[in-house]
Design a protein around this ligand. Structure first.
Ligand code: ATP
Ligand code: AMP
Ligand code: MG
Length: 194
């Protein structure tokens, strides 16, 4: 049986997707719902390790043709995951050496078949600050202009994803120190469905 809600969540590196989604899944599970967080990059990393990739922040450094194969096989695996709520923690765009590359091209959207499309955003300055403070990851340094541009391109891919799948789209702001508000907003958005 397909999951009732398959929520694709994208946003720039360091915006707080995993933080917000962990909280949302915890809240749903505490409410006796079946909810799973699937980190697209972790599914890719499982396979990428066989190619010698050591950590998640090195995947985007591979040639795009290799990333594309990993992306396709990850989407296939994810499409088999079933729960009342499946949250897919991913990116609308990836910064590769060959340029910005779509995280959700049409075949991947078809495979995942989302019911909801969400873009997590935060002010540019906060994204910079979060990346600098988070020593667990190797995120790129980018100027505020580059980050602003990527937010705009992500919005464009969100619109394409919504138009292609027919799923509603929503921008959720993850303001500083207020991840709980972002969690509540996402849960509220999904209430229309249950
Ligand atoms: P990536 O795409 O690289 O995996 P992400 O979007 O999943 O990034 P997180 O790892 O969830 O981002 O968060 C990045 C950092 O920002 C973490 O150190 C996290 O604790 C912090 N953070 C997340 N949300 C907030 C918030 N609302 N206020 C302050 N700090 C936050
Ligand atoms: P994350 O933990 O969300 O930062 O994911 C780790 C890495 O996985 C990202 O930096 C990308 O290289 C890769 N990744 C995540 N989602 C996708 C996707 N939909 N398509 C291609 N690569 C992705
Ligand atoms: Mg994350």
């Amino acid at each position: 049986m397909a999951g009732r809600s398959r929520v694709v969540v994208g946003g720039l590196p360091g915006v707080g997707k995993t933080t917000v989604l962990n909280g949302v899944v915890q809240k749903l599970v505490a409410d006796s719902r079946s909810a799973l967080l699937v980190v697209f990059g972790s599914v890719m990393l499982d396979e990428a390790k066989k190619m010698g990739v050591k950590d998640r922040d090195s995947i985007r450094l591979l040639p795009v043709k290799d990333q594309r194969e990993l992306q396709i096989s990850a989407a296939r695996r994810i499409s088999n995951i079933d729960a009342d709520y499946v949250f897919i923690d991913t990116h609308f765009i990836i910064r590769t050496k060959e340029g910005l590359w779509p995280g959700l091209p049409l075949d991947i959207l078809r495979e995942i078949n989302p019911t909801h499309i969400v873009l997590v955003e935060a002010p540019v300055y906060d994204i910079v600050k979060r990346r600098e403070a988070d020593r667990t990851r190797k995120r790129d340094w980018e100027s505020e202009e580059e980050i602003q541009n990527e937010i705009e391109v992500s919005r464009q891919f969100m619109v394409v994803a919504s138009a292609y799948t027919g799923a509603p789209m929503k921008i959720i702001n993850n303001l500083d120190g207020r991840a709980t508000d972002a969690m509540e907003e996402l849960l509220y958005t999904l209430k229309g469905r249950v």
